[in-house]
Write a protein that binds this ligand. Structure first.
Ligand code: MN
Length: 464
């Protein structure tokens, strides 16, 4: 592959292949690390990190921070950074490729069933001092019993015993599918929790939008990877799973009962909600690779994969919407430092009026992550919070370039939003759109930045 452009075709079929092909951005930690320090160490990395030696779990490796920034997200699709968003946006408009069923795969190297099942042996870390107990944040798959489509998400799970845990389904589709199973008279729903797949699987698994009548997220993984994905049958449940995963946990969700569970680290970085009532999973099998399987962790706080990953398909959907209204879209970003409540759009526009429509498109998006939307011009560095702040300070006239709308859908994870009694966990809050673009109504020459002579060419480090 070309290390400078991110070109990596064809893509690797598994996580370990991905980590090898992209070794130039992977940090390998060889020194022994305690499971209690994994979260704090992972969250200090901006690029993929692989722990080779976990003191309490010598049989496993662990990786994290696969898709925190655009320059690593683009590696998941094997395209240069500047082509990543338009590529994802276009592939999401293509039909589902489905998958190829195979007889076996590396995830079947080791199989635990019956009395041998104990998923507390997996290296699930505690994600915050407030949370206090181990938390699993891997991809999961359920099948819609009506359509047969494979819906996936990243519902957080707290293991409470060798074969038990509580699952927090925060996204609506799994709830709809659970309701379908109940309506069929079933009191259990098969589910597979999948650890350690190529990051493109995870980007697609977090899709949130209209799709249930046409495909499930898993049927689209091959579409966005532009290659076939292989699936293999589970041991104890009627479901197939990625053959090249590192670890798979099979289980049944109890559809009859729910249980009081503790709070959770929200993507906003707060410990919200502090109490939840959750369904239980009963674990029926664990299968994994034989050669030091890689446990995929998604450290939830502070700024990690947890903020951008569930929003990457949102960005692609908004890219399509904004393009439809006639804007040339350079980028759409839910920045890792934006608390999963804010979005930046980087656009060129041909005439006044388009920016407010663009801001409204984003503010009124289906998701609860666009409380604050900022529009910037192509010369503002979208990766640099300082530069975005600078644009807000110098290119926005608050008396005419800020829109606010009151009483809109609030995020359950936003402490500034008011709880809605009777509609727990939903909240109500306003929204804000900020036009921080360079405006044609001004003398456009005044927005030209002044820089030192030879700025960007002479480096201080060359003189040290
Ligand atoms: Mn879905």
């Amino acid at each position: 592959m070309n290390e400078n452009t991110g070109h990596n075709r064809p893509l690797d079929k598994d996580l370990r292949g991905y980590l090898e092909s992209n070794a130039d951005i992977v940090t390998h930690i060889i020194k022994p690390v305690s499971i209690d320090d994994i979260g704090a160490l992972s969250a200090q990395s901006e690029t993929p990190i692989l722990f080779e030696n976990i003191i309490e779990h010598p049989g496993f490796r662990m990786c994290d921070i696969l898709v925190k920034h655009r320059h690593t997200q683009c590696r998941a699709l094997g395209v240069p950074q500047e082509e990543y968003l338009s590529t994802l946006a276009r592939r999401l408009r293509q039909p589902p490729r489905g998958f190829v069923d195979v007889k076996t795969g590396p995830v079947k190297d080791v199989i635990f069933t019956g009395d041998d099942v104990d998923w507390t042996r997996l290296p699930a870390p505690v994600h915050s001092a407030l949370e206090g107990s181990p938390y699993i944040s891997a991809m999961n798959i359920v099948r819609d019993p009506e359509t047969g489509f494979y819906n996936s998400s990243h519902a957080g799970t707290s293991p409470t015993g060798p074969k038990r845990g509580f699952m927090s389904f925060a996204t609506p589709h799994t709830h709809q599918i659970m309701a379908k199973y109940r309506a069929m008279g079933r009191d259990e729903m098969p589910i597979a929790i999948v650890f350690g797949v190529h990051p493109a699987y995870e980007i697609m698994a977090n899709f949130s939008g209209m799709h249930m009548d046409l495909w499930g997220e898993m049927e689209m993984v091959g579409t966005i990877m532009d290659m076939d994905v292989e699936m293999v049958s589970c041991e104890t449940i009627d479901l197939t799973v990625p053959a090249h995963a590192e670890i798979v946990v099979e289980g049944l969700v109890n559809l009859k009962d729910s249980f009081d569970a503790g709070g959770v680290n929200a993507p906003t970085g707060y410990f919200i909600p502090r109490e939840q009532t959750l369904p239980e999973i009963n674990v029926t099998a664990v299968t994994m690779r034989g050669d030091k399987p890689i446990y995929r962790n998604h450290q939830t706080v502070p700024d990690t994969d947890h903020q951008p990953l569930p929003r990457l398909c949102h960005e692609a959907i908004l890219y399509n919407r904004l393009t439809e209204i006639g804007l040339k879209v350079h980028d759409v970003r839910f920045p890792p430092w934006g608390a999963a409540l804010s979005c930046i759009i980087q656009v060129e526009y041909s005439r006044p009026g388009l920016i407010n429509d663009a801001l409204m498109q984003c503010m009124g998006s289906p998701w609860l992550n666009t409380k604050m939307v900022v529009a910037i011009s192509p010369d503002t560095d979208i990766d640099d919070a300082r530069d975005v702040y600078y644009a807000m300070a110098t290119r926005c006239d608050p008396s005419r370039d800020i829109i606010t709308v009151g009483n809109t859908r609030g995020s359950p994870y936003d402490p500034s939003a008011a709880p809605l009694p009777g509609h727990d966990p939903f909240r109500i809050v306003g929204k804000m759109g900020i036009d921080a673009t360079a405006k044609p109504r001004h003398d456009i020459r005044e927005f030209e930045r002044a820089w030192p002579k030879n700025w960007g060419k002479v480096k201080l480090e060359d003189y040290l």
